[in-house]
Design a protein around this ligand. Structure first.
Ligand code: NAG
Ligand code: NAG
Ligand code: NAG
Ligand code: NAG
Ligand code: NAG
Ligand code: NAG
Ligand code: NAG
Length: 374
C-alpha cells in the first residue's frame, strides 16, 4: 500500500475529527434555565433574561394528521419574536423551542414516533421552525412514553433527530441546534425504562421533572398534605427528587453533565380537616383553591404577606404555609437554594424552573437560584 493511498483515510478521519470538534464546540457548561409559557399571561419582554443561560419557549404543537411541529396562530406573534426579545436584556441567553407539554396528547407523540416517515416529518419540520425563528435548540416534552415499544420508538426518534441536526449543521454551516428533552422524575416510567443509550448519545441534556410528586387532586394526596416536590425522604418514605436523580445517574448511566434538575416555582393548596393540625401528612380533603390547588409562587407570597404562617423543613427540603384550613406546600428561597446546591454538589449540568411567570415581579426565586449556583 503506497503512502499516498494511506494518507487518504487519514485525511478523512482528520476531517471527521474536525467536524466532530465543530459539533461539540457548542458544548454547554452550565444550564440556569426556565420555561416560559403564554398562558401565564407574562409578557416575554418582562422576563429578566440576565438571570438565565437558557430559556424554553413552551409549547409548539404536534399536528396529529401530518406529524409536523407547528406554532399556533395565537402563539406565533410571541414565539416568532421570543429570541430577539429575551436577547435584548441578555444577548448571550440561548432559547429553545419546547414541543408538547403536559396538556398535549401523549398518544399523538406515540403515533408519530412509531413510523419512520412520521418521525421524519416531525424532525424536518422542527428544525425548519427552530431556524426560521432563530431558536438555538429544540426540546421534546412528551409526557410520557408509557410502554416498552414507545420507549424504543423514542430511542429511534432521538437518534434520527440528532443525525438530522448534525447534517443540517454541516450543510448550513451553522452551529448545531441543541437537543433536549423533559423527562419523568425517574429513569423509568413506572418500571418501563427510558432508552438510555440514545438519550445519552443524542441529547445535549435532559430536564428531569423532579416535581409534581403529590397534589390534592392526585391519587396520593387526596386525604393528607404532602411536600409536593421533596428532595429527600423524611421520617417516612416519600417520592423524592434525590431518588429520581440518582436513578438517572446509576440506573440509566447518564453523565451528570447531561442532567438538569427541575424546580417548581409553584405549589399546591390542600384543605385541612382540622386547622390546628397543619404539618406534613395532616388529614386533608382535596384542594383548597380551584380543582387542582396549584398556586404560583407570586400568589403564595401574596397570601403570606396577608398573614399565612410559614415553615421550612430542611430534612425533606420543602416549604409550606397555612392559614385556617388552607395549607400550601411549595418551594421558597430555602428549598430552591438547597436544590441548586444539591445539583452543584452532584456535578449536574444545572437547573431549570417551571415557570418564569410564577416568580415574583422582583424575580425572587430566579435570583436565588442564579446566585446559589454562582
Ligand atoms: C418562516 O417565517 C416567516 C415569517 O417570518 C413565515 O412567513 C413562514 O411561514 C415561516 N416558515 C416556517 C416554515 O415556519
Ligand atoms: C441532509 O441535509 C440535506 C440538505 O439540507 C438534505 O437534503 C438531506 O435530506 C439531509 N439528510 C438527512 C439524512 O437528514
Ligand atoms: C420535617 O418533616 C419530617 C416529615 O417527614 C419530619 O419527620 C421532621 O420532624 C420535620 N422536621 C422539622 C424540623 O419539622
Ligand atoms: C427513601 O426513598 C427511597 C426511594 O424513594 C426508598 O427506597 C427508601 O426506602 C426510603 N427510605 C426511607 C428511610 O424511608
Ligand atoms: C370531602 O369533601 C367532600 C366534598 O367536596 C365531602 O363530600 C366529603 O364528605 C369530605 N370528606 C371529609 C372527610 O370531610
Ligand atoms: C386566614 O384565615 C382566617 C380564618 O381562620 C380568615 O378569616 C382570613 O381571611 C384568612 N386570611 C387570608 C389571608 O386568607
Ligand atoms: C434582573 O436581574 C439583574 C441581575 O440579578 C438585577 O440586577 C436586576 O435588578 C433585575 N431586574 C429586575 C427588573 O428585577
Amino acid at each position: 500500500m503506497s503512502s499516498k493511498t494511506r494518507a487518504l483515510p487519514l485525511l478523512f478521519s482528520a476531517l471527521l475529527f474536525l467536524i466532530h470538534i465543530n459539533v461539540s464546540a457548542a458544548q454547554t457548561t452550565v444550564v440556569k434555565a426556565a420555561y416560559w409559557f403564554p398562558d401565564s399571561g407574562q409578557a416575554v419582554s418582562t422576563i429578566n433574561s440576565t438571570l438565565f443561560t437558557h430559556l424554553f419557549c413552551a409549547f409548539a404543537d404536534l399536528n396529529s394528521a401530518t406529524y409536523q411541529v407547528t406554532i399556533s396562530s395565537t402563539n406565533l406573534p410571541q414565539f416568532s419574536t421570543f429570541t430577539q426579545t429575551v436577547q435584548q436584556k441578555n444577548p448571550n441567553v440561548k432559547t429553545l423551542l419546547s414541543i408538547g407539554g403536559g396538556n398535549s396528547s401523549p398518544s399523538t407523540f406515540a403515533a408519530m414516533a412509531s413510523q419512520a416517515t412520521r418521525r421524519k416529518a416531525f424532525i424536518d419540520s422542527s428544525i425548519k421552525l427552530a431556524r426560521n425563528y432563530s431558536f438555538y435548540g429544540l426540546d421534546l416534552d412528551w409526557e410520557y412514553p408509557s410502554s416498552a415499544t414507545e420507549m424504543t420508538n423514542l430511542g429511534s426518534l432521538l437518534t434520527e433527530w440528532r443525525a438530522a441536526v448534525v447534517n443540517e449543521s454541516t450543510t448550513s454551516g451553522k452551529t448545531a441546534l441543541l437537543l433536549t428533552a423533559a423527562v419523568f422524575r425517574n429513569a423509568d416510567y413506572y418500571s418501563i425504562n427510558y432508552p438510555f443509550s440514545s438519550v445519552s448519545s443524542s441529547l445535549d441534556w435532559i430536564n428531569v421533572m423532579t416535581y409534581d410528586f403529590y397534589g390534592p387532586s392526585f391519587a396520593e394526596g387526596k386525604t393528607s398534605t404532602y411536600p409536593p416536590a421533596a428532595l429527600y425522604n423524611g421520617s417516612t418514605s416519600l417520592i423524592n427528587g434525590d431518588a429520581g436523580i440518582v436513578s438517572w445517574i446509576n440506573n440509566a448511566g447518564i453523565s451528570t453533565k447531561k442532567i438538569v434538575i427541575g424546580v417548581p416555582f409553584y405549589g399546591y393548596a390542600w384543605k385541612l380537616l382540622n386547622p390546628n393540625n397543619h404539618g406534613f401528612f395532616a388529614p386533608a380533603n382535596g384542594s383548597a383553591i380551584g380543582a387542582y390547588g396549584d398556586q404560583g409562587y407570586n400568589q403564595i407570597k401574596d397570601l403570606i404577606s396577608r398573614g399565612y404562617q410559614t415553615v421550612y423543613n430542611a430534612t425533606v427540603v420543602s416549604n409550606y404555609c397555612y392559614n385556617g384550613t388552607t395549607w400550601i406546600g411549595y418551594d421558597d428561597t430555602q428549598s430552591i437554594s438547597a436544590k441548586v446546591s444539591y445539583a452543584k454538589g452532584k456535578a449536574l449540568l444545572g437547573y431549570f424552573a417551571w415557570h418564569t411567570g410564577a416568580d415574583t415581579t422582583t424575580w425572587t426565586l430566579s435570583q436565588t437560584a442564579f446566585s446559589t449556583w454562582g
